[in-house]
Design a protein around this ligand. Sequence first.
Ligand code: AMP
Length: 114
Amino acid sequence: MNNCIFCKIIKDEIPSAKVYEDELCFAFKDINPQAPVHVLVVPKKHAASVLELCEDDKELLGHIQLVIGKLANDLGVAETGFRVMTNCGKDACQSVAHLHYHLLGGVQMSEKMV
Ligand code: AMP
């Protein structure tokens, strides 16, 4: 998508603190971190949210799960624990319309999800 900020980050048209990249996905530090470790993992293929995914994306999504596990190890939160979340739409306060998974860790989080 032409005007998508995460597409521009993936194409290196906007700078980011990249932590990982492969042929299917890209990961970078959140510019406004909510935890000591706060990384966004995004598919290179543009989809606004999980609502735009289809059957053909199953392999991509499985791949992203594996990358998240690898990053949790690399970033040192695999032992202590971490949270993975994706926001979709208004009530979830999604602010960037390119599917992304927040990987949060390095702090004791609340049991509450909302
Ligand atoms: P969400 O609110 O779930 O859509 O999450 C979007 C996230 O993207 C927020 O946590 C923002 O801090 C983060 N963000 C927005 N612009 C940038 C950027 N240029 N570089 C890194 N993170 C960003």
